[in-house]
Design a protein around this ligand. Sequence first.
Ligand code: ATP
Ligand code: MG
Length: 481
Amino acid sequence: MAAAAADAAVKVAEIRDLTRIERIGAHSHIRGLGLDDTLEPRQTSQGMVGQLQARRAAGVVLEMIKGGKIAGRAILLAGQPGTGKTAIAMAMAQALGTDTPFTTLAGSEIFSLEMSKTEALTQAFRKSIGIRIKEETEIIEGEVVEIQIDRPATGTGAKVGKLIMKTTEMETIYDLGNKMIESLTKEKIQAGDIITIDKATGKITKLGRSFTRARDYDASGPETRFIQCPEGELQKRKEVIHTVSLHEIDVINSRTQGFLALFSGDTGEIKSEVREQINAKVSEWREEGKADIIPGVLFIDEVHMLDIECFSFLNRALENELAPVVIMATNRGITRIRGTHYSSPHGIPLDLLDRTIIISTSPYDERDIRDILKIRCEEEDCEISDDGLLILTRIGMEASLRYAIQLISLAYLVATRRKGTEITVEDIKKVYTLFLDEVRSTAFLKEYQDQFMFHENPEQSKFPLFTYIIYSISMPLTHLH
Ligand SMILES: Nc1ncnc2c1ncn2[C@@H]1O[C@H](COP(=O)(O)OP(=O)(O)OP(=O)(O)O)[C@@H](O)[C@H]1O
Ligand SMILES: [Mg+2]
């Protein structure tokens, strides 16, 4: 089974290689929490601006997570809309790096998947637990002396060939099968390359080119890495480390899903027996020193969208031995808990709040807004004039930070249309009149609401007037009695 998991790890790594896309998103300017070595936040660093208190707190939590010892803690980021809660969570993900699993889930996603709410949550929990598997494999590492490929005279049938490899001390000839020939061609391996071949999987990795070939520099291109020819034996034992999530092991070992399900993401429900077996195996490997558990982070954004069943699931799941650190975010005040008639702070039941530590975020001042907008302009590759930034900051203060961020790319489009190179006040004015913010849109609706469908402004609705009439008629009657 350890071999199965290692095999799974290789497959998962291959899939991950396929799906790496970078785009400019709402938080793509954020590269970390921007803290110094003593965990003090810098005013502006790594794309983060201000919000010092919350960033300081997030830094402490980050250290706790990095330690890898603590699991099953819940942290709540609470604050007004647009105060950087999601941004801080993304910064934590960046700071943790790729080796610690970080799963993001929006509260409302639970209800749209084709599986039960608790299954979706369980999968999210297990995606956030990493298993680091140590494995010894045999590899062949050396410099390629020669590759001979014999094509069959008939033109069809399997190719065969020979590969001569050497270290500083020895030289060996290996027979090549069809598959190995294909991989050698795919990796464009030639004489003079230093390569490793994994004996179990046949995977070939090119490490660089031998120094002895440095004089062929012109032919090899500027990005070629030159390295020494390896010493010692050609065959070596090497420890390789794979990190996979518990969920990935679940899927690969689940007979009804299989490994291909990872491609589509459509993993369906996983039987609890499979999970129990995997848990047992993982703790066995842990005792044998073959695997380490890395508790990662599950980030549940818009957590107030969860309902009472999900909340009680969270209560229990947090106490599990294999639980990640759960970070939640909400912008709600005292509101109804979904699925009940009761109200609670942030729409979260008190028993879950009791297990939670709360980090609060507060609205930004003018300087912070200006700095965030400036960073966003750089991120979106838009030049802006000084007074343009001033006006945009004003809009950010009066409408909202998000609205001002949205205007950047729109205004830049207008600027490029008039063949300008930077956003000016005029461009901003233009998009400001073209696109309404929430406040102006509401004002507009209030003014013209009787021309819209389903309007319900209490000031103009007929119902209060009607009750008023009834009330004023009945009052004198009751007085008579
Ligand atoms: N301190 C900050 N530094 C840099 N960018 C920030 C900061 N705070 C917020 N932003 C950016 O401002 C925008 C709005 O912030 P964010 O989405 O994090 O708000 P939020 O608190 O999650 O709001 P909501 O409650 O509506 O989800 C995002 O594009 C975010 O990247
Ligand atoms: Mg958010």
